[in-house]
Design a protein around this ligand. Structure first.
Ligand code: GLY
Length: 406
């Protein structure tokens, strides 16, 4: 494969001092908080999604929402951490991960969460990687990928996000770049190559219509379902149609790096770089991740720590992709890893909360809700914080004993 031509040199100049991973990423509080929640499993299962904003107590929800699988997936991520750190308690985390996945199983046949099957399938994908013959995992993946594929339109070239009352409006949100991993796992499991083609088609259309020339992104693009034409580019969760919702930007940069992982198409690498560059350059000095990069500072602009941890994990994946090039792009790797570590350090400074049940505070679930839902711990913010910590160990940029120093 020829090396993509986008020059990193133009923005390498912006790299600041080498950042240091925060010890909190490996704090014993991570496992103790998560173990306490995991051992208090409710029956029938409900799932932590976000906390209140004052004392940080988890709010629990029925399984049929998009966030249910983040907690079980985090239990699997602690198995990964146990292996990386040699703590010997990986099996316990896997067992808890299995227990906490069971409440999601009914959604395989009663799928009223629509497009979010990529997130819902995560713990089953983790189980599948550990144990490829596990029937629970393979059944779940096959069911969820079939659900996703049923949402694909050959006319539009994308999977549909929301089921609107006007079926001619085919809405696609940038978040759905995160579903595409499920298509690749589904292809591996079933041999159905249409899944790969649909992932590629969805990513190509998203590259074309969601990503702006400056690397920023629209959250929502609406297509005409009958002829595939774009009829709206704007937002549902962000500040304004022409703004950039930070979590959407994070989903996008991660999603395009992941598309490069699976296809080695240099267009995806360049798109991931453009989105990552916009993400990094638009974090205000001080490092507090805004919920939308273009939201006004006054009245006080809420942060979104979840956008920060998703973005940091995406940047670490992008760094790995730079190293998969031939020859390996070490300066690119260093640039993205440094940015990721800086984001994690800044986010830890403003959002690490020992007194909360969650690891982090200052997430924004939905700032456009009435009343706005912000300033909380969020399960996916915590999940990607743990994932980023694991990735840094894998990249030999941190070690498990760091957490003992705080
Ligand atoms: N729809 C996923 C999110 O709110 O980030």
């Amino acid at each position: 494969m020829s090396r993509p031509t986008l020059l990193l040199s133009s923005f390498i100049a912006l790299v600041i001092a080498t950042a240091t991973p925060p010890p909190e990423l490996y704090s014993p509080l991570i496992t103790s908080k998560i173990r306490t929640v995991a051992q208090g499993e409710s029956n029938p299962a409900t799932y932590p999604q976000y906390t209140d904003s004052t004392v940080g107590k988890w709010q629990y929800f029925q399984p049929d929402i998009w966030t249910s699988s983040f907690f079980p997936a985090m239990l699997y991520a602690l198995n990964t951490r146990a292996k990386l750190c040699g703590t010997g308690d990986g099996d316990t985390w896997v067992e808890l991960g299995r227990q906490w996945s069971t409440g999601v199983i009914p959604l395989e046949t009663k799928n009223d969460v629509g497009h979010d099957v990529g997130f819902l399938s995560m713990p089953f994908v983790e189980e599948y990687y550990l144990n490829p013959t596990n029937q629970t995992a393979t059944t779940a993946i096959q069911a969820f990928v079939a659900d996703l594929d049923a949402r694909f339109s050959p006319v539009v070239g994308c999977t549909r996000s929301w089921d609107t009352s006007d079926s001619d409006n085919f809405e696609v949100i940038i978040d759905n770049m995160m579903n595409l991993e499920l298509f690749f796992v589904g292809e591996t499991l079933t041999g159905n190559h249409a899944y790969r083609q649909h992932a590629i088609s969805h990513a190509d259309k998203t590259m074309q219509n969601h990503v702006r020339a400056d690397g920023s992104s629209f959250h929502l693009v609406t297509y005409n379902a009958t002829n595939g034409n774009v009829i709206f580019q704007g937002t549902a969760e962000g500040y304004a149609d022409n703004s950039t919702w930070s979590r959407g930007q994070a989903w996008g940069l991660y999603g395009f790096a992941n598309m490069f992982l699976h296809t080695h198409d240099p267009n995806y690498l360049m798109t991931a770089r453009r989105m990552a560059n916009y993400f990094i350059q638009n974090i205000p000095s001080g490092g507090v991740m805004p919920w939308d990069f273009n939201a006004p500072l006054e009245p006080a602009r809420p942060a979104d720590s979840s956008a920060a941890t998703i973005g940091a994990t995406g940047l670490l994946l992008l760094a790995e992709m730079e190293m998969s090039l031939s020859p390996a792009n070490t300066s690119g790797r260093d640039f993205w890893t440094n940015a990721a570590v800086q984001i994690l350090a800044d986010t830890t400074s403003f959002a690490w909360r020992p007194e909360f049940q969650s690891l982090l505070s200052n997430g924004t679930v939905n700032n456009r809700a009435s009343p706005p839902n912000n300033s909380t711990g969020i399960i996916y913010g915590d999940y990607y914080y743990v994932r980023a910590g694991n990735e840094l160990i894998g990249l030999e940029l941190a070690n498990c004993s760091l957490g003992l120093t705080q």
